[in-house]
Design a protein around this ligand. Structure first.
Ligand code: FES
Length: 129
């Protein structure tokens, strides 16, 4: 079963860390953050990452649940996530900035690392509803 290691963007921001840091997860592992902010999820085959987080009792951001806003956005730091049809992110955001929508995204590799709550990034703000 694929494992998704996650880190909350707000925590990263509070720490003064940069989304482009390569060692974000190494640093997070040593900080003793709350389970809600940093930890890992087992995601069933074909299950969406947002659903899996909710099934574990976490309260991740979302709105449309259909690939049409940026509320549920996450940034991939390692691994790959396949998305269903989405109409809100540019190719550049998906391919270069590694943005994915967790409401329509499932792991495509056994291990994935994401920064969730990425809606707080400046360039996504205009698509948060
Ligand atoms: S909640 Fe709107 S795209 Fe995921």
């Amino acid at each position: 079963m694929p494992t998704v290691e996650y880190l909350n963007y707000e925590v990263l921001d509070d720490q003064g860390w940069d989304i482009n840091d390569d060692d974000l997860f190494e640093k997070a592992a040593g900080e003793g953050f709350d389970e809600e902010d940093y930890g890992s999820l087992e995601v069933n085959q074909g299950e969406y990452i947002l659903e899996s987080a909710e099934a574990q009792g976490y309260d991740w951001p979302f709105s449309c649940r259909a690939g049409a806003c940026a509320n549920c956005a996450a940034i991939i730091k390692e691994g790959e996530i396949d998305m269903d049809m989405q109409q809100i992110l540019s190719d550049e955001e998906v391919e270069d900035k590694n943005v994915r929508l967790t409401c329509i995204g499932s792991p495509a590799t056994d291990e994935v690392k994401i920064v969730y709550n990425a809606k707080h990034l400046d360039y996504l703000q205009n698509r948060v509803i």
